[in-house]
Design a binder for this molecule. Structure first.
Ligand SMILES: C[S@@+](CC[C@H](N)C(=O)[O-])C[C@H]1O[C@@H](n2cnc3c(N)ncnc32)[C@H](O)[C@@H]1O
Length: 288
C-alpha cells in the first residue's frame, strides 16, 4: 500500500466515526439507561462533528438526520462487505426484511405531508391505495394507520416478504383494510379501482416502469394520484455516482426524476410536482 494516501484515509475514517457519533447522540436522547460518562463523551463527539446538533429539538429534522445516518452507515457497511452483490430482492433474512419495512414507513408520512399543500392528493386518502413492491407491508400499514378511511392493496413478487406482510397485517388493527398479493406490477389487471399509487422506480427496470405506468393508468379512477420515487441525485459528482450505483444495486435503472416526469406527461398526468430530500425524490401527479 502506498504511504501517500494514508493521511487522507485517516480523515475519511474519522468522518465515518463522527457520523456514527451524531447518530448515537440523537438515538440516546430517548434512552435514560445509558451511563452518564458514556453519554457525555458521545454528545461531546457529536458536537465536535456538527456543532450544537445535540441541542436541536425539531423532531422532523432529528428524524430525517437519524434516517440519513442509518442509511449512510448501513449502505457503507453493506457495500464494503458485499461489493460483488448483484441486484436482487431475494433477501431471506427476516430481521433485514422487517427493518426495510420499518425504514420505508416514512414514504407514507412524506406523501401525507405533500398532501397538506395538495387538496386533490388528500382526497385520494378516501379511496384505495396501490402499494407497489409492498414487501413486508411497511408502507401499506403506515397508510392504514395514518388514514382511517383508506383501503390498501399491496403487491409484490417476493413470496417470503409477502408471508411476513400477511403476518404483520394479521397482527395489526388494520386487517380489514389492508391486503397483499403476489403480483408483478407489469401484470396488474385492475380497472378503475385505485385513487392513489406508490411506484418505487428505484427497484424496477425501465421496461417494467413503462409497463407499470400503463397498467396503473388503466387501474386508476378519475383524478387519481401517482407518487413515484427515485433516489435523489444531489449536485455533487460523487453523490451522483452513489445514487446511480444504489439504483443499480437495488435492481433499478432510472436515476433522473426528469425521466419519470416525461413518462407521466406522455400518459396525460397533470399538476406534476416533485418533492426532494437528500435520500429520495418523489415525482407526483394527477391523472384526470
Ligand atoms: C425495498 S423493497 C420494499 C419494502 C417495502 N416497502 C416494505 O415495507 O417492506 C422493494 C420491493 O419491490 C418488489 N418488487 C420488485 N420488482 C417488482 C415488480 N415487478 N412488481 C412488484 N413488486 C416488485 C421486491 O420484491 C421488493 O420486495
Amino acid at each position: 500500500m502506498s504511504e501517500t494516501f494514508i493521511p487522507q484515509l485517516q480523515e475519511l475514517a474519522k468522518s465515518a466515526r463522527m457520523l456514527a457519533l451524531v447518530g448515537a447522540s440523537i438515538k440516546l436522547r430517548s434512552d435514560a439507561s445509558v451511563a452518564p460518562a458514556i453519554r457525555e463523551q458521545i454528545d461531546a463527539g457529536a458536537r465536535m462533528a456538527l456543532g450544537d446538533v445535540v441541542d436541536v429539538t425539531d423532531e422532523e429534522q432529528l428524524s430525517l438526520a437519524q434516517v440519513m445516518v442509518e442509511m449512510a452507515l448501513s449502505e457503507a457497511g453493506e457495500l464494503f462487505r458485499n461489493p460483488d452483490r448483484g441486484s436482487n430482492w431475494e433477501i431471506l433474512d427476516v430481521a433485514a426484511m422487517q427493518a426495510m419495512g420499518r425504514a420505508s414507513k416514512s414514504v407514507f408520512t412524506r406523501i401525507q405531508s405533500i398532501a397538506e399543500a395538495h387538496p386533490g392528493l388528500r382526497k385520494t386518502f378516501q379511496g384505495t391505495f396501490l402499494d407497489v413492491g409492498t414487501g413486508v407491508g411497511g408502507i401499506a400499514l403506515e397508510a392504514a394507520r395514518l388514514c382511517p378511511d383508506i383501503k390498501v392493496d399491496g403487491i409484490d413478487i417476493w413470496e417470503p416478504a409477502l408471508e411476513l406482510a400477511r403476518k404483520n397485517i394479521a397482527e395489526s388493527p388494520y386487517a380489514d383494510r389492508v391486503s397483499v398479493r403476489n403480483l408483478d406490477v407489469s401484470m396488474l389487471d385492475e380497472e378503475r379501482r385505485y385513487s392513489l399509487a406508490w411506484l418505487p422506480t428505484m427497484f424496477l427496470k425501465r421496461p417494467i416502469v413503462e409497463a407499470a405506468l400503463d397498467r396503473i393508468a388503466r387501474a386508476f379512477v378519475s383524478d387519481a394520484y401517482l407518487v413515484a420515487g427515485v433516489y435523489s441525485r444531489p449536485d455533487d459528482p460523487f453523490l451522483v455516482l452513489m445514487a446511480s450505483l444504489r439504483t443499480l444495486r437495488s435492481g433499478g435503472e432510472i436515476s433522473d426524476p426528469a425521466d419519470i416526469k416525461a413518462m407521466m406527461e406522455a400518459r396525460g398526468y397533470v399538476d406534476i410536482g416533485t418533492s426532494a430530500t437528500p435520500i429520495a425524490t418523489f415525482v407526483f401527479g394527477r391523472l384526470p
